[in-house]
Structures are given as structure tokens and as C-alpha cells.
Design a protein around this ligand. Structure first.
Ligand code: NAP
Ligand code: 8YV
Length: 327
């Protein structure tokens, strides 16, 4: 299909597009916009014309069913828990995500969160800005250090492995838990999350959201991590029992936490906001212009490849067998 033909194809852009996405996708396709993924917002024009979704927000089964000509959902982000991929698969609809292009950025953010949590850098900066260095003297020495720490990675996938390399460079030992041991990886494998938490003092969660990881990091895991324990979450907020985490941080069950993700974003529980030993970020793991542009390009490239060659570039496993509809 020529690029002129691609302009005859209608893509529904769901959610807030970055400037780059808002230039790139309409440069290829005809684009309709929807502020958030909601079947009630589907117009007759959308229902009769939309063949692809560029998903910058959630896409549920009702929205999929409201678009009878839909062939592909190209989701922005490697985690696609907000897209009902199983439902899409049942209707033969392709779902793509944006792996790899964000891996190193997110791993950098995880390391930053860990150092912030262990060495209290945000608190030290706040101390300086409040004039306390001048009035009270040096910021107190931190009780914790990276030296001698033993890290456990919950989710040793693409990002987990990039984090592991950084932790090794910091002199830390690394172990991990996945459902399956990764072939050819020398790090110690633990068949359960509790056994991993017992073996380490630094737990980094980078698993996808969804039913299999829901509240996996609970009080049992936090107790196993112990009083010197530092917990970092760069994966999904739903993977943690946030009430248990706030309690564990408040009563010394663990030492500190660094969190980029929360169960009900952008709302962050007051119990976490109130804790001095929690360092908190507003889901900025991949949030540089460089990386977000690369993610937007992969969304556009997946749509372009699907409609011009009949192939997606980065299909999610649930829809790997989906094929273009004959027209
Ligand atoms: P990936 O390569 O698919 O790695 C995911 C890892 O999690 C795999 O090793 C997988 O191994 C493991 N896993 C999945 N379900 C599990 C379960 N129930 N129990 C134990 N381990 C499980 O994905 P990735 O590219 O590294 O991305 C990981 C996640 O990071 C994304 O899904 C997303 O939620 C999050 N993320 C966050 C940000 C941010 O801005 N904070 C940015 C990018 C990504 P097994 O299948 O063997 O279990
Ligand atoms: C993005 C992410 O912030 O890729 C992911 O899974 O969580 C982040 O890179 C998010 O997908 C965009 O809203």
C-alpha cells in the first residue's frame, strides 16, 4: 500500500498524545481523537471507519466491541495491562506494545530511586533548600549505604536485566524471581518471591501488572525483606499491597522505599505521602523526550507496518497469531 493509501485509513488516538505522536501519526493516517477510552464516546463516524487504535490510555472490551472494523491496537508503553489483550485476541485483533526502546531509561530511573531511598538524596536537597545546612550544619550521615547490599529483582525481563547490570556495577550481588528461570543467566534464581526476599535486603519490583502479580508484594514478603530492607517499585503499583507497605515503612518492618508507580495513579495514598522514608516519583520511569519519542515512533511504525505489510513489529504474546482481515 502506498503512503497516500495509508491516509485513507482511520486511526483512533485514545488519550493524551505527546507532541511527537500528535505530529507523526496524523502524518501517516487519518486520525480521530478520543480523550479517554470509553465506548460511550464512540461516534457513528468512528464505528464505521476506525481500523486501528493508537492507545495512549486504557482500551477495554466495550471499546473494542464498539469498533467493528478494528484490526490493531498499538499501545504506547511496554506494559499493556490497561489494554484488554485477551479480548482483542478472541476477536482476532492485533495488540502491540513498545518494548526495548525504553529499557535503559527505566533502568536508570530504578537506580536513581534506589540511591535516593538508600542515601536520602531528596531529603538532603530539601535540607539545603530550607537553609538548614547554613543554620544547623551538615546533613546527618545516612544509616544506609549501597555497600554490601544484596539485591533481588522481581521480574528479570528486559528492564530487570538492565537494572541488574547497573547494580553489579555498584558492587551489589544480584538474585531474582520469575515464574521461569532465565536460560543462560548466572544470577541466583529463587522459585518464590518470599524466598528471594529472605535472601536479599534490597527488593526491586519490575513485573507487569495484572492478575498474576496483584498485591504480590505483601506483608509476608516485606517481613522477609527485613528491617534493613529497601523496596523499589518501577513496575506497576498494583503489584504491591500499598497498605501493608505503608505500615511496614512506618513501623520499621523495612527501612525505606522508592516508588515510581502506584495502584490508583495519579492518586497516591496519604499513608505513603506522609512517610519520610518513602521517596516518590510520578511515574516518570520512561519520561524523557528521547525515550517517549522512540515509544511514539514504535506505535506509529507498528500501525504503518500492519497496514502496509500485514505484519506487526512488536506483537504482544496474546495476539502473536492475529492476521490482517481480508478486505
Ligand atoms: P518483560 O521483559 O516482559 O519482563 C517481565 C518479567 O516479569 C519477565 O521476566 C517475567 O518472567 C516476569 N513475570 C511476569 N509475570 C510474573 C509473575 N506473575 N511472577 C513472577 N514473575 C513474573 O517486560 P519489561 O520490558 O522488563 O517490562 C516490565 C514491566 O515494567 C512492564 O510490564 C511495565 O509494567 C513496567 N514498566 C514501568 C515503567 C515505568 O515508567 N515505571 C516503564 C516501563 C515498564 P516470567 O514470565 O518467567 O514470569
Ligand atoms: C509509560 C510504562 O509511562 O511502558 C510502560 O509500561 O509504564 C511507561 O513507559 C506509560 O506506558 C505511558 O503512559
Amino acid at each position: 500500500m502506498t503512503s497516500t493509501d495509508l491516509h485513507d485509513i482511520t486511526i483512533l488516538a485514545v488519550g493524551a498524545l505527546s507532541d511527537h505522536a500528535a505530529t507523526r501519526i496524523p502524518g501517516i493516517f487519518s486520525v480521530l481523537r478520543m480523550e479517554k477510552g470509553d465506548a460511550a464516546l464512540v461516534t457513528p463516524e468512528m464505528a464505521s471507519s476506525v481500523r486501528g487504535i493508537a492507545a495512549f490510555g486504557a482500551v477495554n472490551a466495550d471499546l473494542i466491541d464498539a469498533l467493528p472494523k478494528l484490526e490493531i491496537i498499538a499501545s504506547f508503553g511496554v506494559g499493556y495491562d490497561a489494554v484488554d489483550a485477551r479480548h482483542a485476541a478472541s476477536r482476532g485483533i492485533m495488540v502491540t506494545n513498545t518494548p526495548d526502546v525504553l529499557t535503559e531509561e527505566v533502568a536508570d530511573t530504578a537506580l536513581g530511586l534506589l540511591i535516593n531511598a538508600v542515601r536520602e538524596l531528596p531529603r538532603a536537597e530539601a535540607y539545603l533548600r530550607a537553609g538548614r545546612w547554613e543554620s544547623e550544619g551538615a546533613y546527618p550521615l545516612t544509616g544506609a549505604t549501597l555497600r554490601g547490599r544484596r539485591a533481588g529483582i522481581f521480574g528479570m525481563g528486559r528492564i530487570g536485566q538492565a537494572i541488574a547490570k547497573r547494580l553489579e556495577a555498584c558492587g551489589m550481588s544480584v538474585a531474582y524471581h520469575n515464574r521461569r528461570q532465565v536460560d543462560g543467566l548466572a544470577y541466583d534464581y529463587h522459585p518464590t518471591l518470599v524466598s528471594l526476599a529472605e535472601a536479599v535486603d534490597t527488593l526491586i519490583s519490575v513485573v507487569p501488572g495484572g492478575a498474576s502479580t496483584l498485591k504480590a508484594v505483601d506483608m509476608t514478603v516485606l517481613k522477609a525483606l527485613g528491617p534493613k530492607g529497601v523496596f523499589v517499585n518501577i513496575g506497576r503499583g498494583t503489584t504491591v499491597d500499598e497498605e501493608a507497605l505503608a505500615k511496614a515503612l512506618a513501623d520499621g518492618t523495612i527501612l525505606a522505599a522508592g516508588l515510581d508507580v502506584f495502584a490508583d495513579e495519579p492518586r497516591v495514598p496519604t499513608a505513603l505521602l506522609d512517610l519520610p522514608n518513602a521517596t516518590l516519583l510520578p511515574h516518570v520511569g520512561s519520561a524523557s523526550v528521547h525515550t517517549r519519542n522512540a515509544m511514539a515512533d514504535l506505535v506509529a511504525d507498528n500501525l504503518e507496518s500492519w497496514f502496509s505489510k500485514g505484519e506487526a513489529i512488536t506483537a504482544v504474546p496474546e495476539t502473536a497469531d492475529a492476521k490482517p482481515k481480508a478486505r
